[in-house]
Design a protein around this ligand. Structure first.
Ligand SMILES: Cc1ncc(COP(=O)(O)O)c(C=O)c1O
Length: 424
């Protein structure tokens, strides 16, 4: 652990003030209200703030920390690359990028031979939308209500929550949004003008919503019938989060395009990607290999982080760990729900992608504040404030899971007591 600042309280106040003055006043107020300090040091599943307080990270950077914080294998790979060639010339062959694309082609579901690397999830989705339009020569995209695909203009057009979309209208033309999990609704919208359907295998920010088993297979069949592309957004569900390598693995569906980001950089560097079949890539790039580019995309540092991440997930059996520890966490959370059904509506999830739905958003918020006070970080899902998400690192041990459960149970009791006191 690195030494704390000389005067931790004054330092914390100063950073909070700078955040309020130069970054985001509203967000600074929320963080202060929740009693959150300045992040200072992180290792494995834990984060320390500048006052030396230790937190179990059950938010996992919105699902970014599959390997926890500063995984030694990723840090080591990045340090080695830093001393050789951190950023690409963009004119020569780039070895880590080519090797990472090969590895993804081997691991991704279906026959997704080609990849493009970018720097975030939203960029990955932007690329996927362009691919769908270019490869089909069509405009219409079907997306789902409550979905989250990012906040740049293209991916925001796909995202399914009005509160983030409305202030920026008009967005991209051609997007329609249908209820998630409802294949009939997709069938009603599907036609010969449809370029693609974009969907998360489990809606993450929509509130950890799991669709019916036949949902993705039915979307696959519809896309096949109409010649549209099935774009699966695995930015949050990918890389073992759900207890299988890919969110679609629970359904056996083979997508046409897959987007990744978050965990791909091992929690050390930002990287995103979109991948597709060879025939689709041909349609995208055959006239102009520079049709889609990014200065930082595919940089060596991020790609070696990606390679080390894939290797670590495999070697350390982290997908299996996510499944095993996830089941334990899910069981424990369901026990708490069964004790307080007037407070918690439902607990659901797969692997270490778990959502706890409260009857009121305020109940969840109070529970989160209590959890933070007791040393566990959690947050609600962006498109569904009634749901607390538990997305800890996939390296989570059983002991860590027990600690999280104990804190959750105590926090629910405290939050519920407070609500009962206020309501009388
Ligand atoms: C499914 C999904 N797609 C895309 C994104 C956007 O990723 P980013 O925040 O890296 O732009 C997110 C972010 O939460 C996501 O959950």
């Amino acid at each position: 652990m690195r030494p704390l600042p000389e005067n931790p309280e004054a330092f914390t106040d100063q950073i909070a003030e700078l955040t309020e003055r130069h970054l985001n006043p509203g967000l600074a107020k929320v963080l202060r209200f929740a009693g959150l300090g300045v992040e200072w040091y992180a290792e494995g599943c834990y984060i320390w703030d500048a006052q030396g307080r230790k937190f179990l990270d059950c938010l996992g950077g919105y699902g970014m920390f599959a390997l926890g914080h500063r995984h030694p294998k990723v840090v080591e790979a990045v340090k080695r690359q830093l001393d050789a060639m951190p950023m690409p010339s963009k004119i020569m062959f780039n070895a880590p990028q080519a090797q990472l694309a090969e590895r993804l082609a081997q691991l991704l579901p279906g026959d997704l031979q080609y990849s493009f690397f970018c720097n975030s999830g939203t960029e990955a989705v932007e690329g996927a939308i362009k691919v769908a339009r270019k490869a089909t020569g069509r405009l219409k995209m079907i997306s789902t209500i409550g979905s989250y695909h990012g906040k740049t203009m293209g991916s925001l057009s796909a995202s399914g929550r009005e509160v983030y979309r409305k202030p920026f209208d008009p967005l991209l033309p051609g997007f329609v949004h249908v209820p998630f999990g409802d294949a009939d609704a997709v069938a009603q919208q599907m036609d010969e003008q449809t370029a693609g359907v974009i969907v998360e295998p489990i809606q993450g920010e929509g509130g950890i919503r799991i669709p019916p088993d036949d949902y993705l297979p039915r979307l696959r069949a519809l896309c096949d019938r109409y010649g549209a592309l099935l774009v699966i957004d695995e930015v949050q569900t990918g890389l073992g989060r759900t207890g299988k390598w890919w969110g679609v693995d629970h359904s056996g569906v083979r997508p046409d395009v897959v987007t990744l980001a978050k965990s791909l950089g091992g929690g050390v560097l930002p990287i995103g990607s979109f991948s597709a079949r060879a025939d689709i890539w041909e349609e995208m790039f055959h006239e102009n290999p520079l049709l889609h580019t990014s200065t930082f995309g595919g940089n060596e540092l991020a790609c070696v982080a990606g390679l080390a991440t894939l290797q670590t997930l495999e070697e350390d059996g982290l997908v299996e760990n996510a499944q095993r520890v996830g089941e334990k966490l899910l069981r424990g959370l369901r026990q708490v729900q069964a004790e307080y059904p007037d407070f918690i509506q439902e607990v659901r999830g797969r692997g270490l992608m778990i959502g706890v739905e409260f009857h009121e958003a305020d109940f969840g918020e109070l529970t989160i504040t209590n959890m933070i006070q007791r040393g566990v970080i959690a947050a609600y899902t962006l498109n569904n404030p009634k749901v607390i998400r538990m997305e800890p690192p996939l390296i989570l041990s059983e002991a860590d899971a027990e600690f999280a459960l104990q804190v959750f149970a105590e926090s629910v009791v405290s939050a519920r007591e407070l609500v009962q006191m206020v309501l009388g």
